[in-house]
Each structure stands twice: as C-alpha cells, then as structure tokens.
Write a protein that binds this ligand. Structure first.
Ligand code: ADE
Ligand code: ZN
Length: 324
C-alpha cells in the first residue's frame, strides 16, 4: 500500500506556506538577512518543536517567519515547497499565507504576494503543479487590521482567490470577522475558515452561518454534534483535515483515535492535508501513510481522499476534469 500511496495523485487544500519553512532554510535566511534567532543548528530548531497545544506551536511559527524579509525569501520558501509537492505527486495545491505576520513587522504586502506568486507561476510552467492562493486573517488580531489587510489585497485580486481565518481559535470567535468576510464575499473572494480544531463543534456551525464559508479547515470536532455531521454529509461541506498536525498539537493523543477514516466511511467530504509540514514532521505522503497505518483502508477508500479534494478545490469545472 505504501507504493500505491506514494504514487497516488494528490491535491492539497490546507497548507500554510510559512509552515513549510524547514530548519535548514530558516538558518540560511537568518544568516542572509542578519536576523537573530535563538537557535544555532538544525538540531536545536527541531528540538524546540515539542508542542502541547495550538498556541505553543503558533509562538514558534511566528518567530520562524521573522527570517522572511525579501521577495526572494518568499520565492525560495514557496519553491522549496513545490519541489516537495513534486516528490509526493501533489498535482494541485491551495496555499494559505498570513500577510499580517509580515506586514506587522514592516514587510510590504506586495513583497510577500509577489514572491509567493512568482514561485507558483514557475510551479505550473516547470513542474505542471497548479495552485491557488488564499489569504488568511489572523484571528488574534482585531477587525480593523483584517479590513486593512483586505484593502491591501485589492491590487492583487488576480493572484488571490479567497480569504481564510487562522491562528488562535479559542477566544477569537467567528463573529469577530463577520463584517470582514461579508465585504470579502461582496468583492468576489471565496471563503474558508479554521474551525473545530481546538474549539468545539459550535465553532464550526458558527463559522458556517456567520462567515458563509464553503469549506472548513480542520473541523474534526464536528463529531461532538451528530446533527452537524448530518449537515456536512447532506450539504457536501468539505473538511480539510490535517492528521499529523492534529497529533502534534494534541487534538488527538494517538492516530488510532483520529476520526478521519470514520468520517470518510460515513460519507463526509474529508480530505488529507499537511498544514505546517516543516513543524509537524510530514508532507502529504507522510500524512496518508500515518492515517493508513492506524486505520488500514482499501485502495478505493484511499483514492477517495483525492476525489474529495478535487471536488472541494477552487478549480473551475474544466480544470477539475483535468485533475480527474
Ligand atoms: N496557522 C498555521 N497553522 C495553524 C493551525 N493548525 N491552526 C490555526 N492557525 C494556524
Ligand atoms: Zn491550518
């Protein structure tokens, strides 16, 4: 089954580009940009990756992003990820970026978007990997900062297909961003949001009703509410699930307890994704393998994750045909 999983065409829908910053590149960029980081070696960095919840990860994740300064840094980061996609036979990827993690440090929005976009362009022309770019609002920041970020995205509507919501879920309800999402939808952006990762099932219902999102990032706590699971099945609302992330951030203690295969068998449109692979120890193939090791599946079930991801993706119907 390992060979089958490795060679299976894959579609990734939940990937934070800042979460693909491998320790080697972090050190290289820190040196190149004369940024002080509290680590001297790759081993020291990896040793710091012991998380006990989402917040303990986010603190390290934002610190890591501080080494990204120039457009070329964002290009290098994105290109390295696309080369990993090629190894894992990822044929299409929808990438999140966190503009506020950079603009708050004085980096221009344009620097970030242009660097990422240039790599994505090269990805389609040289590797045949198609992609979409989704801009996330940091939910620990205020509404004004999100509105400001949305206005900066106006000049890049040709590069950004949608908006999302990430960072600290607990204490930052969807309602805080209801007006920003309304305006983003009016401006033609598609919408997604992290919900039900650390927070309860009610956060998923709230995100669906208040933010009018078309797919849920994580959403694994939906199983606490049977009527919500019924709604997800009936309305084919996709969940972009990140199994290794959920283990690292203690959403589940063991992969055997993970509910993704149960949800698949119930008919929920679940997908497998890597979230922040440089921090959680695995890209797409690793995530598929970890799920299958704990919950052995047949080939049809494994391939269903790719069919679900194609259905849940933001590609046009004709592009969907190409992916199938
Ligand atoms: N930002 C990057 N990874 C995240 C995650 N798993 N949850 C919330 N915000 C994030
Ligand atoms: Zn995420």
């Amino acid at each position: 089954m390992k060979k089958f999983i490795q060679s299976l065409p894959k579609v990734e829908l939940h990937l934070h580009i800042e979460g693909t910053l491998e320790p080697e590149l972090m050190l290289e960029l820190a040196q190149r940009n004369s940024i002080n980081i509290p680590f001297n070696s790759v081993d020291e960095i990896r040793d710091a990756y012991n998380f006990h919840n989402l917040q303990s990860f986010l603190d390290i994740y934002f610190q890591g992003a501080d080494v990204l300064i120039h457009e070329q840094d964002f290009f290098d980061l994105t290109w390295a990820y696309l080369l990993r996609c090629q190894e894992d036979n990822v044929i299409h990827t929808e990438i999140f970026f966190d503009p506020q993690a950079h603009t708050e440090r004085g980096i221009l929005f344009d620097t970030v978007v242009n660097g990422i976009h240039r790599a994505l362009d090269k990805g389609i022309s040289e590797l045949g990997i198609s992609s979409k770019l989704i801009m996330c609002f940091l939910r620990h920041l205020d509404e004004e900062s999100a509105f400001n970020t949305l206005s900066q995205a106006q000049a890049h509507k040709d590069k950004i297909i949608g908006v999302g919501l990430d960072s600290t879920e607990i204490g930052n309800p969807a309602s805080k961003f209801e007006r920003v999402f309304k305006q983003a939808i009016e401006q033609g952006f598609l919408t997604v949001a992290h919900a039900g990762e650390e927070g309860p099932a009610s956060n998923i219902s709230e995100a669906l009703s208040l933010l009018q999102i078309t797919r849920i990032d994580h959403g694994v706590r939906c199983t606490e509410d049977a009527s919500l699971v019924e709604q997800l099945i009936a309305e084919r609302i996709p969940l972009t699930v990140c199994p290794l992330s959920n283990l690292k951030l203690k959403v589940f203690d063991r992969m055997e307890q993970h509910n993704i295969v149960g949800l698949l068998r119930q008919g929920v449109c679940v997908t497998i994704n890597s979230d922040d692979p440089a921090y959680f120890g695995g890209y797409m193939t690793d995530n598929f393998l970890a799920v299958n090791n704990a919950h052995p599946m047949n080939k049809t079930e494994i391939a269903q994750f790719t069919f679900n991801a194609i259905e849940a993706s933001f590609v046009s119907p004709s592009e969907q045909e190409r992916l199938r």
